[in-house]
Design a protein around this ligand. Structure first.
Ligand code: ZN
Length: 251
């Protein structure tokens, strides 16, 4: 099948009504969505949406670095593992050293690393790629991935240092472009540096953009921003990023 665009990272659990979202996405040329989990509730809903739209919504499950609660994180990790066979990735997982709790508390950062490593090891065991959140923690996120993780990974919305970017690209990993490709200095610098062969597109829906929540149907604006940034045609961006996503997620 020849797909047009693929939204490689969307939090569909945060939408109440899916039909209009999917309809607008299809109209915008989005032919597949990778729906990522974050906590127990999000993981359950992600599977529900994947069931409702087979062959269109592909599930990824994981515990997000700012979305775990000590009282149910073990149960959530078990849930992730139980359903991993039917998923295309483990995600969204990672580290966030800029979150309020992590900034002031070393133990929180340590616990984030433990939960991250557990899921990296799960990804290896089940032969799945990982979708990584690495805000303020790029060095640790990459080092732990190299030590414990699978060979397939995407650093979603990468906006970190360029030297770490070069290392992760050398290791064969991907980064993803978000709507911040239009305005974020650090994100743009990373996208400038990475070759098109290593970039995916995503909306991170329903993240806020110009005062409104994004949805997968907004993906063309990311493709346009990337085409402009890299001074290549829109077709080239669409073709390359879709091929990259199909290869990474094996869909
Ligand atoms: Zn996300």
């Amino acid at each position: 099948m020849h797909r047009r665009l693929i939204d490689t990272h969307a939090h569909l659990d945060e939408f109440d009504e899916m039909e209009p979202i999917i309809e607008r996405a299809r109209e915008a040329g989005v032919d597949a969505i990778i729906a990522v989990g974050a906590n127990m509730r999000a993981c359950r809903l992600t599977l529900q949406w994947a069931d409702a739209y087979p062959g269109y919504v592909y599930p990824a499950l994981g515990v997000h670095p700012t979305e775990w609660f000590e009282e149910d994180v073990e149960e959530t990790l078990r849930f992730v593992e139980e359903h991993l066979n039917r998923c295309v990735a483990v995600g969204e997982i990672g580290l966030d050293y800029w979150s309020r709790e992590a900034r002031k508390n070393k133990a929180v950062r340590r616990r984030q690393r433990e939960i991250y490593v557990r899921q990296l090891e799960m990804a290896v065991e089940y032969d799945k790629p990982v979708s990584i959140h690495s805000k303020g923690s790029w060095r640790d996120a990459l080092d732990l991935l190299l030590e414990h993780g699978p060979e397939r990974a995407v650093f979603h919305w990468y906006s970190g240092p360029i030297d770490i970017l070069k290392e992760l690209l050398n290791a064969g990993y991907y980064i993803s472009a978000t709507p911040a490709a239009e305005y974020s200095k650090h994100h743009r610098a990373a996208l400038q540096e990475a070759p098109l062969e290593r970039i995916l597109l995503e909306t991170d829906s329903p993240v806020e953009y110009r005062g409104r929540p994004l949805e997968p149907g907004d993906l063309p604006l990311v493709a346009r921003a990337l085409a402009e940034l890299k001074d290549v045609s829109l077709e080239e961006v669409v073709e390359a990023t879709t091929r990259n996503a199909e290869r990474l997620f094996r869909i």
